[in-house]
Design a protein. Structure first.
Length: 458
């Protein structure tokens, strides 16, 4: 389970970096820009870490108003040797992240300022025990790359994260434009789109999508600040409900292959950001367990389960499976054990039905889906699907083979989405064989309640 948690934490970090990059990257490719964002986040972290360490020591010694960021570089040099010994590196006050950011808008040579600061930080560790750790630390941040702009002035668009207050309360950017903060956007959401009231009209739907998309961006950035915890304004349940509405509108108006242009075509759905707050199956099973323990009488729990499923992109495809399982619950049900058995049986029934209806090759089909669950992706390119297909004429018949293949692909996708995430691969000792175990121990990071594993002693 430790490996699964590490994967989840890594994915959450990637999504947070992407959210920041997408807001600030301008014309720079998002994937290239990740290296800049990650480097800047680390630069900010070590700047604040060093400043806090020095300030705490000085305040403890009696200088209650001391702030290292306000100290002159000349005075700061007195502590260089000691700080390198204790912290492993040294940063001049003028080269701290906060001070570089303050001057960034008016610094026409910002790329050179950053390059000098990075070089000085790396050089400060030379000869110390941390030299190897700091050597080449900022190599991935090429502040002189033409990807950031053809000139030094254009390159000054390189990301320097705003303060918590700027993101939360809003600010005026370097071009004099007012940027609404998280607090104001949430107030607008609650005033214009109260929960339990339908959003009517295409323009209103578009406005909601734009507003909530901006909230998702800000929420993902603010999540990097410890101070945001407890200041989200929306309760987890309310945020879940709004996310469910966002998903509903996505399904309703996402472009269809045969559809004509719509005013919704230019709306960008922040689906990568939504995935960061995904509800997982463990949370659903916890609610099912509560429903079972209440003798299946508390219908409000069923409403909560329905809302949770609607708020999750991954669980929507599993809605029917979950509801069918709930329908089987009685007083003798052991939720976790019976869920695992139910999923195994349904998975076998569904794959057998698919093979029979489409006349697929059984052995090849089963191996194909097992590999998909193992790899985490359903590969439908090249000749992968062709190996499963029954004999169908390629020529003549109005493209019957292509139509057949597309039908098979769509059904395989539906099967994969329905069961992916409910099972985890365990490699068998037998070569070329994969056995799947069912996993209900996934961690939950976005709900307030602690997971309770029903059917176990607690």
């Amino acid at each position: 389970m430790a490996d699964i948690r590490k994967e989840q934490e890594r994915d959450e970090l990637h999504r947070a970096i992407w959210a920041i990059a997408d807001e600030l990257r301008g014309s720079v490719d998002g994937w290239d820009f990740k290296s800049y964002v990650l480097g800047m986040m680390f630069y900010r972290y070590i700047s604040e870490n060093l400043t806090n360490y020095i300030n705490e020591g000085e305040i403890e010694a009696g200088e209650v108003d001391f702030d290292y960021a306000q100290l002159s570089d000349e005075d700061a040099e007195q502590a260089r040797e000691d700080l390198v010994k204790t912290k492993g590196f040294f940063i001049l006050p003028s080269e701290l992240f906060c001070n570089v950011r303050k001057k960034a808008a008016n610094d026409e040579n910002l790329n050179m300022t950053l390059e000098a600061a990075f070089n000085h930080i790396e050089e400060s560790a030379k000869g110390s025990e941390s030299e190897d750790n700091f050597a080449g630390l900022f190599d991935d941040i090429d502040v002189n790359s033409n990807k950031l702009g053809a000139t030094d002035k254009e390159a000054n668009g390189i990301v320097l994260l705003k303060s918590y207050e700027d993101y939360y309360y809003g600010c005026v950017d370097d071009k004099g434009r007012e940027q609404k903060g998280y607090e104001e956007r949430i107030a607008e959401l609650l005033q214009k789109y109260p929960l339990e009231q339908p959003i009517v009209g295409e323009q209103n739907k578009k406005d909601f999508i734009v507003l909530f998309g901006n909230i998702l961006r800000l929420r993902n950035i603010l999540a990097a600040f410890d101070r945001f915890a407890g200041n989200e304004i929306l309760s987890p349940i309310d945020f879940q409900d709004y996310t469910g509405t966002y998903h509903d509108l996505y399904e309703e108006i996402k472009p269809k292959p045969e559809s004509k242009d719509s005013i919704m075509d230019d709306v960008v759905f922040e689906m990568e950001l939504v995935k960061q707050v995904e509800v997982n199956i463990d949370y659903i099973l916890m609610l099912v367990g509560k429903y079972h323990d209440g003798n299946c009488e508390d219908k409000e729990i069923l409403v909560a389960i329905d809302k949770a499923i609607k708020s999750s992109l991954q669980l929507r495809s599993k809605k029917e499976l979950i509801e069918n399982f709930i329908a089987t619950i009685n007083t003798s049900t052991n939720v976790n054990t019976d869920w695992q058995r139910f999923v195994r049986e349904q998975r076998e029934t569904d794959i057998q039905t698919l093979i029979t209806e489409e006349k697929l090759k059984p052995e090849e089909t089963r191996k194909f889906v097992e590999n998909a669950f193992r790899d985490g992706v359903l590969k439908t390119t090249a000749t992968d699907v062709d190996r499963l297909m029954p004999p169908v004429f390629r020529f003549g018949g109005g493209g019957s083979r292509d139509k057949k293949k597309q039908t098979v692909i769509e059904k395989l996708k539906g099967f994969f989405e329905k069961y992916f995430g409910l099972i985890s691969p365990e490699v068998s000792k037998e070569p070329d064989k994969v056995t799947y175990l069912y996993d209900t121990e996934l961690t939950l990071s976005m709900v307030a309640e602690e997971p309770v594993h029903y059917g176990k002693d607690v």
